[in-house]
Unconditional design. Structure first.
Length: 235
């Protein structure tokens, strides 16, 4: 390979790295602005200023504010999918001997995603709570809604199978999943209000959050789980 060709490839690689870094900077700025000002209050001018870029540069990566918001939800949805697929494999392979293990993995998955990216997770939750869906362009809102529905369907199937395997009582899985998700959201938002500071929750807040989630998990396990003895012995 000639020197000129090598130089061209090196320059292309640098441009790709710069482009990827710039995109990450835009997403990071958008996350901070959305979190601080809400979906309605955030503007592309604000995001450009926070990213240290011009608005035309922002638009060269994301055509609309909705696309930027969507980019923040994708990693959360993908992580939810990964956790659910792991739970499904464990269920299919007979790893779970108690429904308590399933509830434990479910709540742990939520908590891990939240603690790894609290701002993005809270923005994802707010999509469902504040009517953002109805303010967004239909194509973007439709994408998010479709992916959220797929996650709901996947986790309901896991619990339906657990009931068939007699790991849990025969409850309505639609009500159950709404209860589990609503419980987690409520505890997180309540803890954020008490212990949150700017975009992060305090160390004490994380401890209280974990303890409260453990308490909620134990109540749910008591209500729906069969064959919990093995789980309790292994804790």
């Amino acid at each position: 390979m000639g020197t000129e060709t090598t130089a061209k490839l090196s320059a292309q690689k640098r441009r790709q790295i710069d482009k990827s870094r710039r995109r990450c900077d835009i997403i990071d700025a958008a996350r901070r602005i959305f979190f601080a000002r809400g979906y309605t209050g955030a503007t592309m001018d604000d995001i450009a200023l926070a990213a240290g870029l011009t608005k035309p540069t922002i638009y060269s990566y994301f055509k609309t504010k909705d696309e930027l918001y969507y980019s923040l939800t994708v990693p959360i949805i993908e992580k939810l999918k990964e956790n659910q697929e792991a739970m499904r494999r464990k269920l299919d392979e007979g790893y779970y001997q108690s429904g308590a293990e399933i509830v434990h993995d479910h709540f742990s998955g939520y908590l891990n995603i939240y603690t790894s990216a609290p701002e993005a997770f809270l923005l994802f939750m707010l999509f469902q709570q504040t009517g953002i869906f109805h303010r967004m362009k239909k194509d973007i809102a439709g994408k998010i809604n479709k992916q959220v529905k797929e996650r709901y369907e996947a986790i309901r199937e896991i619990y339906s199978e657990a009931i068939k395997h007699k790991l849990m009582r025969p409850v309505n899985v639609y009500h159950l999943i709404d209860t589990l998700w609503g419980t987690f959201q409520g505890i997180v938002l309540s803890t954020e209000m008490k212990f949150g500071s700017n975009s992060t929750i305090s160390e004490k807040g994380i401890r209280i959050l974990t303890e409260t989630l453990e308490f909620a998990r134990s109540i749910i396990i008591d209500a729906i789980v069969l064959r919990r003895e093995k789980f309790e012995n292994e804790k």
